[in-house]
Design a protein around this ligand. Structure first.
Ligand code: IPM
Ligand code: MG
Length: 356
């Protein structure tokens, strides 16, 4: 088994180092190889996703990814910006199924900006389609408007599109995932306005016939955004397209009050996966040793479970994380009075110790 380690930018290096430390302590036989990605790779090799990095990711069974992005690259031509690295990896590896759990840990209930009773015990799973939609739809670009009230004026455009197989496979992923949990799927669309999402809704409804044991309902995306803050616990699995999933998964993550705790997985049809924390590169705190490594450590656990067939090792990591929370250890992002503030490395060491 081979793991590609891609720390990336900002706090990426610090948090990935802690996850690697934990992985090494497991005494499992896998090979780890590191490569540059994102702005770091642009600085060193002139491209955010160098050929060698892509090749390593393609050959690996799993990719452990930190984060990419820094404001200092905002002025670069789009193809050279750090974000292109993650988009390129998703596309080239065919990582169409993105799992973004939003779990509210018991000890962190008060970190949420919502009332504790609304989020206590929250456990929802957002499944975001990751390789289609307006993110990748062609054509896109700039031109002079060919028609409309402002014909002849400069305009920009992107294309929202989904093929049937793309919707079908992500729907199956959602129904299968729901079977392992609360057996309810909410498909989020904008079928009242968009042709693409009427089609989405139709296909999801059809696929549902193969999963009579799972309850399906449909919700417009604006309403879903509202319900997520009104009554988040009524959701089990939420499945949606790339664009809506990007937005709703940030919203859901924030409900937990601790985005620094949330892992994510992006899988292809061969169960090859990219695992990354749900939070970003946080350049404002990079290098200070205060970033929360737990989302990355939990991403490594997801990796062991989904791509490396090591569920026991995954359990061990997850229990260790719960243990350090119970011990009262907190990085600044989840700190509250009466707990013990620790830095990135101390938190990693504590998880290591808690592994037993
Ligand atoms: C995410 C991020 C990415 C996205 C960016 C960095 C391209 O926001 O993973 O949610 O929009 O998908
Ligand atoms: Mg996002």
């Amino acid at each position: 088994m081979k793991i590609a380690i891609l720390p990336g930018d900002g706090i990426g290096a610090e948090i990935v180092a802690e996850a690697v430390k934990v992985l090494k302590a497991l005494d499992l036989k896998f090979e780890m190889e590191q490569a540059d990605v994102g702005g770091t790779a642009y600085d060193r090799h002139g491209h955010p996703l160098p050929e060698a990095t892509l090749k390593l990711a393609q050959q690996a069974d799993a990719v452990l990814f930190g984060a990419v992005g820094d404001w200092k690259y905002d002025k670069l031509e789009r193809q050279f910006r750090p974000e292109q690295a993650i988009l390129g990896l998703r596309k080239h590896l065919g990582l169409f199924a993105n799992f973004r759990p939003a779990i509210c840990y018991e000890q962190l209930t008060h970190a949420s900006s919502l009332k504790p009773e609304l989020v206590a015990g929250l456990d929802i799973l957002i499944i975001r389609e990751l390789t289609g939609d307006i993110y990748f739809g062609q054509p896109r670009g700039r031109r002079d408007a060919p028609d409309g009230a402002f014909a002849g004026q400069p305009e920009a455009f992107d294309t929202m599109r989904y093929t049937r197989p793309e919707v079908e496979r992500i729907a199956r992923v959602a129904f299968e995932a729901a079977r392992q949990r609360g057996k309810r799927v909410t498909s989020v669309d904008k079928a009242n306005v968009l042709e693409t999402f009427q089609f989405w809704k139709d296909v999801v409804t059809e696929v549902h016939q193969d999963y009579p044991d799972v309850q399906l309902d449909h919700m417009y995306v604006d309403n879903a955004a509202m319900q997520l803050v009104k009554e988040p616990k009524k959701f089990d699995v939420l499945v949606t397209g790339n664009m809506f999933g990007d937005i709703l998964s940030d919203e859901a993550a924030m409900l937990t009050g601790s985005i620094g705790m949330l892992p994510s997985a992006s899988l292809n049809d061969k169960k090859q996966g990219l695992y990354e924390p749900s939070h970003g590169s946080a350049p404002d705190i990079a290098g200070k040793g205060i970033a929360n490594p737990l989302a990355t450590i939990l991403s490594a656990a997801m990796m062991l479970r989904f791509s490396l067939a090591q569920p026991k090792a995954a359990d061990r990591i997850e229990s260790a994380v719960k243990k350090v929370l119970a011990q009262g250890l907190r990085t600044p992002d989840i700190y509250s009075a009466g707990t013990t503030k620790v830095g990135t490395r101390e938190m990693g060491d504590a998880v290591l110790k808690a592994l037993g």
